[in-house]
Design a protein around this ligand. Structure first.
Ligand code: AMP
Length: 191
């Protein structure tokens, strides 16, 4: 299984990604988590990424693409993967196409979590209290939503044209959203 999970910041991608990936026996690969681990360890990649992350901007494509290329070349990702937070730009879509083509595989589906825009900021501010992420201040949250709408939302139409988009309502309890995701993926399997 080669899957992507998309949705605006605060849609609950990370939470759902872990469950879906575990179900299919593939790693959930979150570019945000990899960047944060590098920031925490003070690696050169982390130092570079932090400048952008703290401002709510995207880390440059070249840096992000290389990181993903290396990660999905690792042995645990050979049976497949679920990418959380990548691709986020059209240039990243093209790069990912090349990476997957090179392995002779194809993308199976793009899960899109839909959420009520008004609920998002509230969810993120709550997360700021529990997780203490540096990029969960109100100003940065707003910027991240804006960047998402400008750069990433258009990718849904791109994957939609390829017939890959599986849209799932991301509102409500975590367990309910998870059930909806599995139901939607089952349907896809049978079609
Ligand atoms: P996330 O945890 O997915 O919300 O990502 C946190 C931050 O990491 C984002 O706001 C970006 O600064 C950076 N980031 C994560 N994934 C990407 C990506 N695919 N392209 C560029 N920047 C990214």
């Amino acid at each position: 299984m080669r899957l992507l999970i998309m949705g605006p910041p605060g849609a609950g991608k990370g939470t759902q990604a872990s469950a879906v990936a575990a179900h299919f026996g593939v790693p959930a690969i979150s570019t945000g988590d990899i960047f944060r681990a590098n920031v925490a360890q003070g690696t050169p990649l982390g130092v570079e990424a932090k400048r952008y992350m703290d401002a709510g901007e995207y880390v440059p494509d070249e840096v992000t693409n290389n990181m993903v290329r290396n990660r999905i070349a690792e042995p645990d990702a050979q049976p497949g993967f679920l990418l959380d937070g990548y691709p986020r730009t059209l240039a990243q879509v093209t790069e990912l196409d090349g990476m997957i083509d090179a392995t002779g595989h194809k993308l199976d589906a793009v899960l899109v979590l839909t959420v009520d825009q008004d609920a998002l900021v509230g969810r993120l501010l709550k997360r700021a209290e529990t997780e203490g992420r540096a990029d969960d201040t109100e100003e940065v949250i707003r910027r991240r939503q804006e960047v998402y709408r400008e750069e990433t939302e258009p990718l849904i139409a791109v994957y939609g044209e390829r017939g890959l988009v599986v849209e799932v309502d991301g509102m409500g309890e975590i367990a309910d959203v998870q059930q909806r995701i599995f139901a939607a993926l089952d349907e896809l399997d049978q079609s």
